[in-house]
Structure formats: structure tokens, C-alpha cells
Design a protein around this ligand. Structure first.
Ligand code: GLN
Length: 231
């Protein structure tokens, strides 16, 4: 039962920067949708979380090697990953999009011939970019961190970046110098994950907490706090 998590501390691994899901605020504290959700769920269910901001691929590796109990990092629920992880109920519907420098004349995949594109190591965006590389004749470079990906595009070392659409939209609104030029590709929903078979109580507690937050409106408040455009 979910009572099994009461009073326990769980190590939760996450990405370094995947705003607005996880990033550091002006004081250097981890904040964002994922952080608010996991902390609120822990509070409701009576457990404690210790957040480890290690990077997306590193977060998945940490759970695989049992250095962490769970991962919340805008992690897409995919069949491939279900072989290794158990996922919570979905908490956000996402999708992949392509962005280029604001002054670039690239308008779509067909303009990528002979160019280099970047995507984050271990992500769905990287898989998508690699899958279409030969079709459109571009080269894919995998990078660990969002800021490195975006600066590669801004400096012209890469022609485009593939990333999740809400993250691109947020960054563009913050003035990261990019623009999106494609429709979003259908993507999987985000879920909280634990190692397969390893932490059923934590997963059950997450689902119970998420369900409670959906029912009482606090889940929507978290989304609105980070995603609602200011008037
Ligand atoms: N949603 C994407 C994935 O799971 C990217 C996650 C991320 O970059 N933090 O692959």
C-alpha cells in the first residue's frame, strides 16, 4: 500500500535544465513543473524527496544503477523505456519540434541537407533526428545539456535543434534567440519513472498524489504557474 512510503526519503534524479519542467531559479534552487509536482506529491503522501540534478541521460542511468529511486525529467513514456522502467500515469502531453536561429532561412527538414543538427543525449528528440538523418541528408550531434544545444545553434555550429515543444516555446519566450519552424511531431506523454519492478510503493504513491492534485485543482495551478502567458 501507499502507506509503505510514509516517513521515507527517496532520491529523485532529474535533468539539469529543461525549463519550465526543471531549472534553477535566481537563488540557484531547482524549480519548475516537475519539481513542484514531485514535492507536492511527496508532501501529500508523507515522504521526503532529495533532488539530484544530474542531466537527462545521467538521471536515467542513476535509476538503472540504483543510485536514485526515481526520475522526473519530462521523461517520455515509450515502449522501449517500458522494458527498463515502470512509469506513473502520464502527467503532460508533449511532442517534438525543430528550432533554428531567429535569422536563419531554414524553413523545414528539407533545408537541412549537408547541415548539422543537435539534440539531447538519450532523448526522444535524438532518436527522431537520427531516424530522419539519411532521408534529409543531415548529420546529428548529441549533446548533454540544453544550454550547449542552443548555443551551438546560435553560433551557427549547428543549423537546428530538436527538442520538446513546450521547452522550446518557453525558451523562445525567454529570448534564447531561436524560432520554431516545423509543426510539432506527435510525441509521448511525460511520466515519473522508477526502475522496473524496483519501487512499486513509490510509483503508487506518485499516482495517488497526482490523482489528488488533479482532483483538487492544484495540478492545474502548477501548470498555469509556469505555462500561462502573462497578460
Ligand atoms: N521528453 C524527452 C524524452 O524523454 C526529453 C526529456 C528531457 O530532455 N529532459 O526523451
Amino acid at each position: 500500500s501507499v502507506a509503505a512510503v510514509k516517513g521515507k526519503t527517496f532520491i529523485i534524479a532529474t535533468d539539469t535544465t529543461f525549463a519550465p519542467f526543471e531549472y534553477r531559479d535566481a537563488k540557484g534552487d531547482m524549480t519548475g513543473i516537475d519539481m513542484d509536482l514531485i514535492r507536492a506529491i511527496a508532501k501529500r503522501q508523507g515522504f521526503t524527496v532529495q533532488i539530484k540534478s544530474v542531466g537527462f541521460d545521467a538521471a536515467l542511468q542513476a535509476v538503472k544503477s540504483k543510485q536514485a529511486d526515481g526520475v522526473i525529467a519530462g521523461m517520455s513514456i515509450t515502449d522501449e523505456r517500458k522494458k527498463v522502467f515502470d512509469f506513473s500515469d502520464p502527467y503532460f502531453d508533449s511532442g517534438i519540434q525543430m528550432a533554428v536561429a531567429k535569422d536563419s532561412d531554414i524553413k523545414g527538414y528539407a533545408d537541412l541537407k549537408g547541415k548539422t543538427v543537435v539534440a539531447k543525449t538519450g532523448t526522444e528528440s535524438l532518436t527522431f533526428a537520427q531516424k530522419n538523418a539519411s532521408k534529409y541528408g543531415y548529420t546529428v550531434k548529441a549533446l548533454d545539456k540544453a544550454d550547449t544545444m542552443y548555443s551551438e545553434v546560435n553560433t551557427g555550429n549547428a543549423a537546428a535543434v530538436f527538442d520538446d515543444y513546450p521547452v522550446l516555446a518557453y525558451g523562445i519566450k525567454q529570448g534564447n534567440g531561436l524560432k520554431v519552424v516545423t509543426e510539432k511531431e506527435a510525441g509521448a506523454s511525460y511520466g515519473f519513472a522508477v526502475l522496473k519492478g524496483a519501487n512499486p510503493e513509490l510509483l503508487a504513491a506518485f499516482n495517488a498524489g497526482l490523482s489528488g492534485m488533479k482532483t483538487d485543482g492544484s495540478y492545474q495551478q502548477v501548470l498555469d504557474k509556469y505555462l500561462k502567458a502573462p497578460d
